[in-house]
Every structure is written in C-alpha cells, then in structure tokens.
Ligand binder design. Structure first.
Ligand code: PHE
Length: 345
C-alpha cells in the first residue's frame, strides 16, 4: 500500500509536469483527484489493511492528497503566466512608446488677431458694440452723408439683397454702426460714446490677392463735448504703438463723406523699417486705417447737436493688418479653410 501511494504520487506529478492547457489539466484532476479517481480508489483500500499498517498508510495517503492538490493550484497559476508571456511576445506592446498626440483645436488666425485688437482697445477704454450685417441703404449711405446716386457710393461695391428695390444690402463697411451706436448709447445726444464696432463686411469685388468679397472691419467711434483732431491723432498713434511697437506713424489728408477732415494713418513698414521694400512698395510706410472727425450731418443723424458735441471715427481692416504682421500674401487664405494655412498659427 505504501508503495502504491508513493508510485501514484510520482506518476501524477510526472504527468502534471507535461500539462500546459486547461483541458488537459481538468482531465488530470478528474483522473487523480476526482471522486472516482486514483487517489479515491487508493483511499477506499485503506479500510482493508491490517490494523497495524493503517496509521502509516493513512498518513501517507493524506500527504499525497495535499501534495497533488497544491501542485494542481500551482499549475493553474503557471498556465496563466505562460499564456500572458506568450501573448506579450506574439502581440508586442511597448509600454515605453510615447503616446499619440491629441489634436487640439485653436483659434482661427483672423479671430486671434481680432481678439488682440479688442484687447488693445479695451485697455484704452473702448467697449465693443455689435451692429448688424444686413443694413438699410438709409443707414449705410444716406445717414452717412452719401445721398442716392452720389458718386462716392462707387467706393463701396455693394451687394444688394434681392427684391427690395436696393433698399436692403450687406454692409460694405462697419460705418453704419456709428449711427446705431450713437442712437442706442447716446440717449438722444446727451451721453458720450466710446466704442469699437467689429464685424464682417461684404463687397462685390473681383476676388484677388488683395481683395476678397468678405472681410472684417473694426470701426471706432468716440463722441464727447470737446473731442478734437488732436485726440484722434493721439489715440490712433497710441493704438499703433501698442499694436506695432515703437515705430513712426504718419497722417495725411483723405476723403470720406462722413468725416471732415479725414485722414489716413500709415505706420512705418515692419519689414524694411522705412528703407523701402516690396511690401511697402518702396514708400517705407504701410496703410493701416481711414479716420476723421465725425461730420456734423452724421452727428445730427445720430441725435447730437454738432454745436455742442464732436467726435472722431476710424475704420481698419484687421485681415490687412494680420497680413502685414505675419507676412500672409493672399487675403483669400483667411476664408479658404485650408488646414495647411490655418495650422501655421
Ligand atoms: N468706412 C471707411 C471704409 O470702409 C473707413 C472709415 C471709417 C473712414 C471711419 C473714416 C471713419 O473705407
């Protein structure tokens, strides 16, 4: 009996050492440890032994049972471990590889540039006033001192909205917002106004490197009791200093029907610093904006008494400014939605 148990243990452990899959392991368990297995069969023989042999044989039978059970448990763990290392080798996973970059969204360059301009004007005490993109002919032209059939209208190649006898249009500039801001904020010509009016404008143009049919403008308007041309020059010069750094600006006479006098402001070329280059067409200066003192007729249309109140206004093209700052050659890139362009900012 002792020999039989010892042989059983040796045989069972020998067989187990070759087993590496769950099916064979279960088969082994049934064969040796199962209710009708080899060990159970040996146990039933214990009762038939002579009395004096029983204790030793019983003790050994227990030892064999414990040995086989713990070998069985150990094998379960060993099979799992082997399966894991095999799968790691056949499907390599290098946990030291850097992760895939996550693509983040970003501001459109035109919006980033607009926000920079808003920030500068905000720091200088100007609020944002949003006016409408569809306008009436009356506010866009007549209130701005441009009567019907006036030749100055040719300066604003206008999209008219269909079927309205040319009385509704897409604004070709942000200046009609001056009228709306004065009427909404001026309290019948009793309160000062200091706003910028940003937004999309539309023009019936042949699209080209320099002109597109849509673009942003940032209008500015300051109305007060004693605003002079010196305020216009000082304020716009300070804006240029904050936007372009320490470089000379120059003003010279221009003409707009809604301002009198009117002035264009140039800033020294940011590429050649005034020496002359292709960007500034060898003038040394870049055109930044149009401006002027609000015309008395326009003040009156905004509800103010021009004998008591005065003001200045200006209008700039932020995309033009961004083109100068970042060396963008074609204004059409802004609304072309080409990621190769957009991702450069
Ligand atoms: N609205 C003018 C333009 O589109 C610019 C401008 C605005 C000029 C305000 C003077 C004052 O060209």
């Amino acid at each position: 009996m002792i020999n039989e148990l010892t042989a059983l243990r040796a045989n069972a452990l020998e067989q187990l050492s070759h087993i590496w899959d769950d099916g064979a392991l279960e088969q082994w368990r049934v064969t040796f440890l199962g209710r009708n297995g080899a060990l159970a069969a040996a146990m039933t023989k214990l009762g038939a032994l002579p009395k004096e042999e029983r204790p030793a044989a019983g003790k050994l039978a227990n030892e064999v049972k414990i040995a086989l059970e713990s070998a069985f448990e150990a094998k379960i763990g060993a099979i799992k471990q082997r399966a894991l290392s095999e799968s790691l080798e056949s499907e390599p996973l290098d946990v030291t590889l850097p992760g895939r970059p996550v693509q983040r969204g970003r501001l459109h360059p035109a919006n980033a540039n607009l926000r920079e301009i808003y920030r500068i004007w905000r720091d200088m005490g100007f609020q944002i006033f949003l006016s409408r993109e569809t306008e009436s002919d009356e506010v866009n032209f007549q209130m701005l001192n441009i009567p019907p059939h006036h030749p100055a209208r040719d300066n604003w190649s206008t999209f008219y909205v269909a079927d309205t006898d040319h009385r509704v249009l897409l604004r070709p500039h942000t200046s009609p917002g001056q009228i709306r801001a004065m009427r909404e904020l001026g309290a019948n010509g009793t309160q000062p106004v200091r706003v910028i009016l940003p937004g999309m404008c539309y023009r019936y143009e042949q699209a080209s490197v320099r002109y597109d049919i849509q673009f942003n403008q940032v209008e500015g308007l300051a109305i007060g009791r004693k605003i002079t041309f010196a305020d216009l020059k000082g304020t716009l010069t300070e804006f240029a200093r904050r936007a372009f750094g320490e470089r000379p600006v120059r003003f010279y006479a221009d003409h707009f029907p809604f301002t009198e006098p009117s002035a264009q402001m140039d800033v020294q070329c940011i590429i050649c610093n005034g020496a002359g280059c292709a960007l500034c067409k060898y003038t040394g200066f870049l055109e930044i904006l149009g401006s002027g003192m609000v015309h008395p007729t326009v003040l009156r249309n905004g509800g103010y008494d021009p004998d008591e109140w005065s003001g200045f206004a200006f209008g700039m093209g932020p995309e033009r400014i961004a083109m100068l700052r970042y060396g963008i050659e074609d204004i059409r890139y802004f609304w072309g939605n080409d990621l190769r362009f957009l991702e450069q900012f």
